[in-house]
Design a protein around this ligand. Structure first.
Ligand code: PHE
Length: 449
């Protein structure tokens, strides 16, 4: 079986694919609004600290489990287990992660579907098809179903082509497009009236808030979601990395790209909100806080684009295309988790497995769409508030407490002969053993209280 597994053909291919998974709605939508609501640069600073000191070590734990296992999450975790009981635990953690990835995709593709609909809308508006434009912006079941279906189909098409022909190839195409759109939009928005005020709100820190528990909880949750932790996705991607690669630097590159793009997205979204305010759009809610969540992306920003006249059509198109691309490179990683497991566990073809899992996830999305008020927020909380931190923490426990230190070092040394003498090896094992599980547990308990 292992000879038939896919693999990333190049270093840059892996970096772009893993960064593609990491960079998503969490960066462009979640990060800027969280920063705005949490003291601007104080949040950014805490996020940087937590991303590098906690999320990166946890990311490394998942990456190295996968590279060592060269198999899906369940098998990779079993490989480092020493007893029958640990193997059962491995199944629960691995399968839990896969389930979490599938459930994540079921709500993520609904939101991504909105992004695709909003990308089409400027075109229909330009063509004068007002009824269609209104429908595209409406929160109707029919619109949600159709665009979730379109988005899931795109994800299925890419994943069915495999690792190097699907994931790697498309990440290499989509990620540069994403960076280009983001930089171009940011440069444009920063020239508009009101942008500088937004820049101040984003970059001038309210240091008094730096150690607020709520800010720390939000920042770590955001870092975990953004680095795709606790979903088995990084384990799977790690399993496609060649033994010649230096994992320590690969992981650092991905974290750096993820954090930089989140930061850049803040330079776009927050100033854009203040430009909207300068153009008469309401950007604060009744309690005086910046409007965030779906209202920000689906109401405030489109209202801003409307005030920009004919340029607004292009800006709206570019902004929502950016969102759609970011979502797609993330959703392919979510679908790969259950697909790789199904292929390896049941020895069926990748095409069949992709169709099967894709259909199952779309069915779950449809269930959510038909019971939106009941299920949408519930599934988001279940996966991001509970699933990801718990499974991420358990992966750290696997590496810190179950995997033998010598075998772990041996794996790390592949592609990095010097690993044993490096700073990373001096502190990372302790981090994953004690600091990460403890910090994640504290933040998790805090967030559910
Ligand atoms: N990291 C992605 C984002 O920021 C979301 C994601 C979570 C992707 C978990 C894969 C797994 O949007």
């Amino acid at each position: 079986m292992s000879e038939n597994r896919g693999k990333f053909n190049s270093r840059i291919g892996f970096i772009l694919a893993a960064a593609g998974s990491a960079v998503g709605l969490g960066n462009i939508w979640g990060f800027p609004t969280q920063a705005a609501g949490n003291g601007g640069a104080a949040f950014v600073l805490m996020y940087l600290i937590l991303a590098f000191c906690l999320a990166y070590p946890a990311f490394m734990a998942e990456l190295i489990i996968g590279r060592h296992g060269q198999a899906n999450a369940v098998e990779s975790l079993k490989k480092i287990s020493n007893s029958a009981l640990q193997k059962k635990f491995a199944f629960i953690v691995g399968f839990g992660g896969i389930l979490c990835a599938g459930l994540l995709m079921s709500f993520y593709s609904i939101v991504a579907g909105w992004m695709v609909a909003y990308t089409v809308e400027p075109i229909t508006t330009t063509l004068g098809a007002t009824d269609i434009s209104t429908w595209l912006k409406s929160h109707s079941t029919s619109r949600n179903l159709l665009f979730t279906f379109i988005f899931c189909s795109l994800t299925i098409l890419i994943i069915s082509r495999g690792v190097s022909d699907g994931i790697e190839k498309w990440s290499k195409r989509l990620m540069p497009a994403l960076v280009f759109l983001l930089v171009a939009l940011t440069a444009y928005v920063l020239t508009l009236d009101g942008a500088m005020e937004g820049l101040k709100a984003y970059l001038v820190p309210d240091m008094a808030r730096l150690f607020e528990p709520a800010l720390i909880v939000d920042a770590l949750g955001q870092a975990f979601f953004s680095l795709s932790l606790g979903t088995s996705v990084i384990i799977i991607y790690g399993s496609y990395v060649s033994k010649q690669e230096n994992l320590v630097s690969l992981g650092a590159y991905v974290t750096l790209i993820d954090v930089s793009i989140a930061f850049l997205a803040g330079l776009l979204v927050i100033p854009a909100m203040y430009v909207a305010a300068a153009n008469g759009v309401q950007i604060f809610n009744e309690s005086g806080a910046l409007i965030d969540g779906d209202q920000l992306v689906l109401t405030v920003l489109p209202a801003l684009f409307d005030t920009m006249g004919s340029v607004g059509v292009f800006v709206a198109f570019a902004f929502f295309a950016l969102m759609s691309i970011a979502s797609l490179t993330s959703s392919i990683s979510m679908l790969e988790a259950p697909v790789s497991y199904t292929v390896e566990r049941f020895s069926i073809s990748r095409k069949k497995a992709t169709l099967l899992m894709g259909a199952l996830i779309f069915a779950t999305s449809s269930l959510i769409i038909f019971n939106f008020d009941l299920l949408f927020v519930f599934v988001i909380n279940l996966t991001t508030k509970y699933g990801q931190p718990i499974i991420g923490m358990l992966c750290c426990i696997f590496v810190g407490w179950i995997w033998s230190r010598s075998s772990l070092l041996e794996e790390l040394k592949q592609g990095n002969e010097e690993a044993e003498n490096q700073f990373f090896w001096k502190i990372w094992p302790w981090y994953t053993k004690l600091v990460c599980p403890l910090a994640i547990a504290i933040v998790f308990i805090n967030s559910i209280l």
